[in-house]
Design a protein. Structure first.
Lengths: 303, 519
């Protein structure tokens, strides 16, 4: 990696093609070890053995991933600050981030689709609707309802005793995330106006709101597990509830990490009023996570 | 190293660290071929077991692992990477770009694949064996009744998804952003168009597959009930999610093939492609329709009548844009000055045999008839007719078409024709009899069968061995061509068109560092 920035400069009409890089292969090894470790951990958990090898593999993989993220993004930041990127490169990054977010939308779509299918087709059919009477043979007493409080096989899947009231913690979380989208946009406007201290204030506020959201979400999970009997094992309602909210929570975490990096970069004096795609990409992601939450609030909690 | 016209680095690390689209394209192609041989050798095991009725060579459970792995490896390891390799090599050259838009991510997309497949193939050696539930991994076979190695299979699928999505994003950014001045969208070669649309399909459905395997993982290890009716879930839900991915996936494996054939047939007919615009719209229509036909894979699982009817007619609709394409290819050849070099042989075979696969698909789309065909060898015949002489013949055609450009040498044309005819005969011998045994009711994915199917199965096996061995000849032809041979001109086919033929053969390590002007 000695010849880091070989290739054409940022003048229009020529292209910047980066030199060889070790980061992709480091990323591959990191991803591979992380997933193999996770698989070993899960298999050993389900087989109830106390084999700890998976933990070490997972930990090693995660460390390599973290190193790679700093190294790879570090290279990109250095190249960007050295002025090696043209307007065209900027557009490539924008297409890249945009379609990455679209792929995430489709990932969530799989889980939302699952929720709708279960709610409007699978559970009513289990209750005997339509001409498919099989469920009546297997579980004659089963009654379809949504949210599903009593599962067809209550011994294997004890249903939840109670559900999360949408107008308590989830409403607070909705307010938190929507507000954080506003403050994030405020931060962006301040950055465009070249007002650094205002940018930092708004961004810090966004981060705090995101962080409080995660704390509230964690508390809600604790509450669900310990007081409501709503768990991963409480049948399809618990399955879809935790899948959707948990997956969303993981994305909020990722978005918050991105915004934290942006805060550090802004504090270090990176970006200009015109050139700050790194910040914009993180902000896009944040807004995306926010929109997904609105969907969750509506379809998982309220309706 | 300030000169950006320099050549490649030396040694192994050139390939590991490279950001060059040609290096990465070559790696994709070689990886794909290695997987083609691996998946093919599993097919040989299957055909050997089915050579005669009765159980003679392998255990039924191992047979199931072979059918599963054969499918997974061929779909995700052989066909998809080959098209990504061709995209890497050809799209930048066809649109006058110096490289892919995001070269480092391009390297990452590739290098994930060998690791993902190492993980997936290693499941065969784990306790309890590898995945044995078919490449479609229906729950609850893949959850409640699956071997423990399924966890690693799931993570391998996740890795392939990451690779495909990044590859697709790269293709889209390249095509939309790096075209040379004057290369408007409607001037792009069809291979570029088909890949643009394929990339959208990939980004839309690979995450859905990731969602499906994630729910499997949750059901296996974390007590959820997505695919378990006892908890209010539904095994049929798995099939819906899977086929929402799976049907666009089969077009992901054929649209780039359409693009390749649409480049080759005009070149050897010495005529411009008939109906370029309608070709673009046909591909887009096929891609759109692919999202609303998934349940035709599920006619027999007990979906409501209105669903059967909707998915039946939506599926039949696909025949319209596909018919447009076949018509255009034939119209391109009509009154053309035809010559039958190897790429053209494979392309003409593509048009004829893919159409046969299309027709059997049309038969399968008829919901009441599908109750008879479902899960028989008729289905196996159908999808092998669209994938072998469809996707794989197109990959051969493209390879023979562009190999002189890649290597700078002309390959052994006589041997390549032997490769074509042996493949053509072997493939038809293998798969054509499957239509008959399928219609007569022979179920797929079973290691034993009724005596009445014996003759046709023996013919299939002989054809299969013939096709399999022939592919070693292909390996020989390619290696021979890489190592030397008659010098190829910049444009070895006089009827060929496109920017890729304006650069010398072999194409320099860096092409179009300043964009060419396209008239």
């Amino acid at each position: 990696m000695a010849n880091e920035n070989q290739g054409a400069g940022a003048d229009e009409g020529t292209y910047y093609v980066p030199a060889q890089s070790k980061w992709p292969i480091v990323a591959t090894v990191g991803l591979f070890l992380t997933l193999v470790g996770a698989g070993m951990m899960m298999n050993s958990m389900s087989a109830q053995t106390s084999d700890a090898t998976g933990h070490y593999v997972f930990f090693a993989g995660s460390l390599i991933m973290a190193w790679m993220l700093f190294g790879w993004f570090g290279d990109v930041i250095r190249e960007s600050r050295a002025g090696l990127y043209s307007a065209q490169m900027d557009r490539s990054f924008r297409w890249g981030m945009g379609w990455f977010i679209f792929s995430e939308v489709m990932f969530f779509a799989a889980f939302f689709g699952t929720l709708f299918f279960i709610r409007f087709f699978a559970v009513p059919w289990l209750g005997g609707e339509g001409d498919k009477g099989v469920s009546q043979m297997l579980w004659p007493g089963f009654e379809a309802q949504w949210p599903l409080m009593t599962n067809p096989d209550p011994e294997a899947f004890p249903g939840p005793r109670e559900l999360v009231n949408p107008w308590t913690l989830p409403l607070i979380n909705t307010i938190l995330l929507v507000t954080s989208s506003v403050t994030c946009t405020k931060a962006h406007h301040a950055l465009v106006a070249d007002n650094r201290s205002s940018t930092k204030t708004w961004l810090m506020l966004t981060l705090i709101l995101g962080f409080v959201f995660l704390v509230v979400q964690g508390y809600e999970y604790y509450h669900a597990y310990h007081e409501l009997g709503l768990t991963l094992n409480s049948g399809i309602y618990g399955s879809t509830f935790f899948m959707l909210t948990g997956f969303h929570g993981a994305h909020v975490t990722l978005g918050a990490i991105m915004l934290t990096i942006m805060y550090i970069r802004i504090a270090k004096g990176h970006f200009t009023a015109r050139n700050h795609f790194g910040f914009e990409a993180a902000a896009w992601y944040w807004h995306f996570v926010d929109v997904v939450w609105i969907g969750l609030f509506l379809f998982v909690y309220i309706l | 190293m300030s000169d950006h016209h320099h050549g490649p680095e030396k040694g192994l690390m050139r390939w590991v660290l490279t950001t060059n689209h040609k290096d990465i394209g070559s790696m994709y192609m070689w990886f794909s071929f290695a997987m083609f041989l691996l998946g093919g050798s599993m097919a040989m095991v299957i055909r050997a077991e089915l050579f005669q009725p009765g159980l003679q060579i392998v255990e039924p459970n191992f047979f199931n692992q072979m059918t599963t792995m054969h499918g997974l490896i061929m779909v995700f390891g052989a066909v998809m990477p080959a098209f990504v390799g061709l995209a890497n090599w050809m799209i930048p050259m066809m649109i006058g770009a110096p490289d892919m838009a995001l070269p480092r991510m391009n390297n990452w997309s590739f290098w994930i694949l060998p690791f993902a497949f190492a993980l997936m193939v290693s499941t065969l050696f784990m306790e309890g064996g590898g995945p044995n539930f078919g490449w479609t991994f229906y729950a609850p076979l893949s959850t409640d009744y699956a071997p423990p190695s399924t966890t690693f299979f799931i993570f391998a699928v996740h890795m392939m998804g990451v690779s495909s999505i990044m590859g697709a994003i790269n293709v889209i950014a390249t095509i939309l952003n790096l075209r040379a001045p004057g290369m408007t969208l409607m001037k792009m070669p069809l291979f570029v168009w088909t890949w643009l649309i394929t990339a959208y399909l990939l980004i839309a459905v690979m995450p859905v597959l990731a969602g499906a395997v994630t729910m499997m993982l949750m059901d296996i290890h974390f007590g959820t009930a997505f695919f378990n009716a006892g908890g209010g879930g539904d095994p049929v839900l798995f099939q819906h999610v899977f086929w929402f991915f799976g049907h666009p996936e089969v077009y992901i494996m054929i649209l780039p093939a359409f693009g390749i054939v649409s480049a080759i047939i005009p070149a050897f007919s010495r005529k411009p492609l008939f109906g370029y615009t309608s070709m673009v719209y046909a591909v887009a229509s096929i891609a759109f329709l692919s999202f609303i036909v998934w349940a035709h894979h599920m006619f027999t699982v007990g979906i409501p009548l209105v669903g059967e009817i909707f998915f039946m007619y939506a599926t039949m609709l696909i025949a319209v844009p596909t018919g447009v394409k076949v018509f255009n290819w034939i119209a391109t050849m009509f009154r053309g000055s035809l010559s039958f070099e190897t790429p053209m042989l494979f392309s003409v075979a593509f048009v004829v045999l893919f159409t046969i696969g299309g027709f059997s698909g049309l038969m399968l789309s008829i919901a009441p008839a599908d109750f008879q065909y479902h899960d028989t060898y008729f289905v196996v015949a159908h999808f092998h007719y669209v994938l072998v002489p469809g996707a794989i013949f197109a990959i051969f055609a493209g390879t023979y078409y562009w190999l002189p450009k890649w290597t700078g040498h002309m390959y052994d044309t006589a041997l390549s024709k032997v490769h074509f005819w042996m493949s053509f005969i072997g493939m038809n011998l293998t798969f054509f009899p499957m239509h008959f045994v399928g219609l007569a009711g022979m179920p797929r994915r079973i290691p034993d069968y009724n005596m009445q199917f014996a003759d046709f199965n023996m013919i299939s096996s002989i054809g299969g061995f013939m096709f399999g061995v022939t592919q070693l000849l292909f390996l020989f032809i390619v290696i021979k061509c890489v190592r030397g041979g008659e010098k190829a001109e910049a444009k070895p086919w006089e009827g060929a068109h496109g920017l890729e033929w304006m650069v010398p053969s072999p194409a320099p390590y860096h092409t179009f560092t300043t964009p060419p002007d396209v008239k």
